[in-house]
Design a protein around this ligand. Structure first.
Ligand code: PAF
Length: 273
């Protein structure tokens, strides 16, 4: 493993032949990230993992401050992968001015996460575009837990004509079904037990959808979640993101959920067909 905090130094060490894969992360790595790294290593000649908590995608300063940072543990987890290149930049190595660009995502940034986290997707796209332009990867790997983020990145790449394959990778889950996320480590034991129920609601809603052909989540299920201790639902809906962006192909309907369990925000989704 080679670790660089300067993109210029990293670029000098890259071999210009063969495929380059990239796994952009904000660190606090878990098995979900490691599965992206494994997939990237299987399909590319060189793989870069970036670890950078990107300030411009946080619409809330407290959330940015509280975001978990565990760089020593992260490097320890990556140490066993052979031939990995890790990019751990300072703010100055990526931003000359700490601002995000204003993108046109059609209507995709106005729904779900876009409603609850204003400007979040401009920040995500800004850092991902910068990383793509720095390292010119052939393949970039993102998890499906953040399915709307994945769709935003596909839209950005298509609209800007960036030559990279954006590869969506299955969500990796804990034993009780909770989607792995760096934010999960903030939860108390009690909150963690409740969080484990979120994926079960998605599975139950999928069953109801299949049997009754509904296009809305039943109010009784919404009430059930809101009645869980410390749980506050933001959205729980059946949707198809391709209807919000002319750059996306139709991958079918999904059920999306976002809710707070205590101070931890959880998002997840499930494919319907
Ligand atoms: O999903 C994340 O961890 C971040 O949003 C990303 C894609 C690394 C951009 O900062």
């Amino acid at each position: 493993m080679r670790v660089f905090s300067s993109n210029k130094e990293l670029l000098k060490s890259i071999n210009n032949h063969g495929l380059i894969g990239i796994v952009p992360t904000m660190g606090s790595l878990h098995d979900g990230h490691l599965s992206l790294v494994r997939r990237a290593l299987n399909n590319n000649d060189q793989v870069i993992v970036s670890i950078y908590v990107n300030p411009t995608q946080f619409n809330n300063k407290e959330d940015l401050k509280a975001y978990p940072r565990n760089i020593d543990k992260d490097l320890e987890k990556l140490r066993d992968f052979k031939d990995l290149i890790v990019y751990t930049p300072s703010d100055n190595d990526v931003y000359s001015k700490m601002t995000s660009k204003d993108y046109d995502f059609d209507e995709l940034d106005k729904v779900m996460e876009g409603k609850y986290r204003p400007d979040h997707f401009n920040g995500v796209a800004t850092i991902v575009e910068k990383i793509f332009k720095m390292f010119k990867p052939n393949n970039a790997y993102f998890g499906e837990k953040d399915f709307q983020q994945l769709s935003i990145i596909k839209t950005m790449v298509k609209k800007l004509g960036i030559k990279v394959n954006v590869i969506s990778c299955e969500t990796i889950r804990e034993a009780d079904g909770l989607a792995m996320s760096s934010r999960n480590e903030h939860m108390t034991k009690g909150e963690r037990l409740i969080a484990g129920k979120i994926n079960k609601f998605l599975i139950k809603a999928k069953e109801i959808y299949k049997n009754k052909k509904i296009d809305k989540i039943p109010v009784s299920m919404i009430d059930e979640i809101n009645n869980l201790k410390n749980c506050k639902l933001e959205y729980f809906e059946i949707d198809n993101l391709s209807k919000y962006s002319s750059s996306l192909i139709d991958e079918g309907d999904r059920i999306f959920i976002a809710c707070w369990v205590g101070k931890t925000r959880i998002i997840d989704n499930i494919k319907l067909k």
